[in-house]
Design a protein around this ligand. Structure first.
Ligand code: NCD
Length: 311
């Protein structure tokens, strides 16, 4: 029994340190299970419906893998909503009310901020937000934080630099909120038009964190314990000329990495579109593929908790 049983997962605001510790502990048990047994029957009685109104590779497949590794069933609606009744004009509420007739939990991605809350209000089964526009991406933030703790052994005291599209990047928004619970130094590196939204900036300042903004990765590289790199979110720009101006603003190169600490990590929620040179992949500090794997363990942990099954 955990406090997430039967609950929606919509925002990182639902998580405090104790609950995060609980989710992480269970994620470690899941990793242990996967490494020894490969899969279990823990969620055998349950079915997950996954509906994605926006493209995804990792988030969709990691939720599917998570459910399958725990023996559960999956209804994947990821081929684009053109194949579902949404294209016939069905409301979000009706889609939820239908899916819950088949499934015990619904995972949804949607282009509109706030859509996850709307879906959760209509559904009687738990809804997990897998990204709502420029809003939140709570399960990504949990796996990001988990990766930091796994890789560096702690969270408090770290220098975390977030780089790229801080304005539209929902993973940045959720991770920034989650990190406000800890004693970290935050550096935000972006072009002027992609600065972190003011409400989020005020939030971290109010939480008492040491925060600084700048435009150049070179200013933060030497002191960073975590370099959290993100893609410029092309799909969120109404003016593509503006996107073109900032799309190649920064690039993590071997030269830049030569200035970084020996023990630090480079993270990226992926997909990357040129922000990190592929030659960095063989650097042991490149943590982004390990981060992907952690995503499966975190989602296994969350699904087990929400469905009230424990290991
Ligand atoms: C991110 C997303 O969808 O917000 N991808 C992911 O879930 N790993 C990041 C992105 O699309 O840039």
């Amino acid at each position: 029994m955990t406090i997430l049983k039967g609950q929606d997962v919509l925002s990182v605001a639902q998580f405090d340190k104790a609950l995060i510790g609980d989710v992480f502990g269970r994620a470690r048990q899941m990793r242990q299970m996967v490494e020894t047994e490969g899969r279990s029957d823990l969620l055998k009685p349950f079915v997950l419906a996954l509906i994605f109104y926006e493209p995804s590779t990792r988030t969709a497949s990691s939720f599917i893998a998570a459910m399958q590794r725990l023996g559960g069933g999956v209804i994947p609606i990821t081929g684009g909503v053109q194949f579902s009744s949404v294209s016939k004009g069905e409301t979000l509420g009706d889609t939820m009310r239908v899916l819950e007739q088949y499934a015990d939990v619904i995972v949804m991605r949607h282009p509109e901020k706030g859509a996850a809350e709307q879906a959760a209000a209509a559904a009687t089964v738990p809804v997990i937000n897998a990204g709502d526009g420029v809003g939140e991406h709570p399960t990504q933030a949990l796996l990001d934080l988990f990766t930091i703790e796994e890789e560096l052994g702690r969270i408090d005291g770290l220098n975390v630099a977030m780089i790229g599209d801080l304005r539209f990047g929902r993973t940045v928004h959720s991770l920034t909120r989650l990190l406000s619970l800890y004693d970290v130094n935050l550096r935000f590196v972006s072009p002027e038009i992609l600065r972190l939204p003011l409400t989020l900036m005020n939030g971290v300042r109010d939480a008492g964190l040491n925060v600084r903004e700048c435009h150049d990765v070179a200013e933060v590289i030497a002191s960073a314990d975590v370099l959290y790199v993100t893609r410029v979110q092309k799909e969120r720009f109404s003016d593509l000329a503006q996107y073109d101006e900032v799309k190649n603003y920064y690039r993590i190169t071997p030269d830049l990495m030569a200035q970084a600490q020996e023990k630090m990590i480079v993270m990226h929620p992926l997909p990357r579109v040129g922000e990190i040179e592929p030659t960095i992949d063989s650097d042991p500090r490149a943590a982004y593929f390990r981060q992907v794997r952690n995503g499966m363990f975190i989602r296994m942990s969350l699904l087990a908790s929400v469905l009230g099954a424990t290991v």
